[in-house]
Design a protein around this ligand. Structure first.
Ligand code: ZN
Length: 402
């Protein structure tokens, strides 16, 4: 098994894993005596109907589920709650206090395996490794649950999962997480029970941010521009420049000019520089984590493997921030175009009223081009060319209209 496919549990064997029955017994006693049961869905913000749906689905599980929703609505937290429900052996699932529930919540259940892609997307090799995992019998629980994160990035690798997903052993359940059903993912999606998660309301975002310790005023301001995504809202809080970056993207449709190639080059550079600034904010935090781990290594409380894993996680995180930032920017641009034909649309950047320059058909074509570029970012890591090509085509539409 290649280590490229990361399983949260694979490298850890804890006391509870070796002696689950004793641990389960003690865990249950503690919970009974002190009423300390935790909620396996406790990390999901809002989404009450989705949680109810997942609890009902767990009563008679099938072989595969797909949890769909935009970035930052709590898909992984919901998947982990669902996984706990699937392996919980109490009557009222998920009980939150049995050994199985506790182990899932602590990320150390040997039969609940969470996988992420390594590079910019899932590779065929990684996807095939999942097939091997799916054949393993559960070691403690009555079923093995495989959670596959960000599977919308699978593209060409998606077919490699199909056979395993269609005919897994009876004791294996797949939970595939994706932001959207891209065309390569359609066949996989057709074999899964689909669970959709909607963007969070502004009030839900505000409550979550206030619970994080953010002042209510700031929480309201951030919730206005977070577009229903909690992860984005949290990033906005920790990155005060993000609002000006959003506004930069929003300004592009107003600044583009027909037949002005030099301007396209300048605007491409401006937005890509802003993406690099977003990544540099995270790099600062990552440097702190690396330093803390180096200290732990000196104290012998961390291993070389931990260091390698952290490096890989940081690389994934930087890639993700870059893609998220580009997709956020493109959606800001698309919103700006849409405001031209839907003046009532909620303003998401606080800029002035749109100039009515384009007709409906031109706006729709522009938004289509932006969406195509956004979808292609997983396939095409050469962002400068993709963004520049987009701006050239958007300027051409402008020329057709003048
Ligand atoms: Zn339980």
């Amino acid at each position: 098994m290649k280590s490229a496919v990361r399983s949260r549990i694979a490298s850890r064997v804890l006391w509870g894993d070796k002696y689950p029955a004793i641990s389960q017994c003690i865990g249950g006693l503690v919970a009974d005596l002190f009423g300390t049961s935790r909620n396996p869905f406790g990390n999901v913000v809002g989404q009450r109907s989705v949680i109810e749906q997942l609890k009902k689905l767990a009563a008679s599980p099938v072989h595969a589920y797909m949890i769909l929703g935009m970035e930052g609505v709590g898909k992984l937290a919901a998947a982990e709650g669902f996984a706990a429900t699937l392996v919980c052996e109490d009557g009222d699932k998920p009980c939150g206090s049995c050994w199985n529930c506790e182990a899932v919540m602590d990320g150390r259940h040997p039969d609940v395996n969470v996988f992420s892609h390594e590079g910019p997307s899932w590779s065929v090799e990684q996807t095939r490794d999942i097939g091997t995992w799916s054949l393993r019998s559960p070691s403690i629980a009555k079923r093995r649950v495989l959670v596959l994160r960000d599977f919308h990035t699978a593209e060409g690798a998606a077919p490699a999962l199909l056979k395993s997903l269609e005919e897994p052993p009876q004791s294996t359940v797949f939970i595939v997480i994706a932001n959207s059903v891209t065309s390569p993912l359609r066949t996989i999606a057709s074999r899964c029970v689909i669970v959709r998660m909607e963007p969070l309301s502004q009030q839900e975002l505000v409550s979550a941010l206030v619970a994080d310790g953010v002042a209510e005023d700031s929480a309201h301001n951030v919730a206005l521009v977070a577009g229903g995504s909690l992860s984005r809202a949290r990033r906005l809080v920790s990155d005060p420049e993000s609002l000006s970056r959003s506004n930069l993207w929003r300004s592009i449709p107003d600044r583009l000019e027909a037949k002005n190639g030099a301007l396209v080059i300048d605007l491409t550079k401006e937005v890509l520089d802003s993406v690099e600034r977003a990544v540099s904010v995270v790099e600062g935090r990552q440097a702190d984590e690396t330093k803390a781990l180096a200290e732990a290594r000196r104290q012998k409380s961390a291993s070389k493997t931990d260091e390698t894993e952290l490096e890989k996680a940081h690389k994934r995180q930087r890639r993700k921030i870059k893609t998220d930032e580009l997709r956020m920017g493109l959606s800001m641009m698309a919103n700006r175009y849409l405001e031209q034909i839907r003046p009532g649309i909620e303003a998401s950047g606080g800029s002035s009223d749109p100039r009515p320059r384009l007709g409906g058909a031109a706006v729709v074509r522009s938004v289509e081009l932006i969406r195509e570029t956004s979808d292609s970012l997983f396939r095409n890591p050469v962002e400068p060319l993709a963004i520049q090509a987009l701006l050239i085509r958007l300027a051409d539409i402008l020329e057709d209209c003048t």
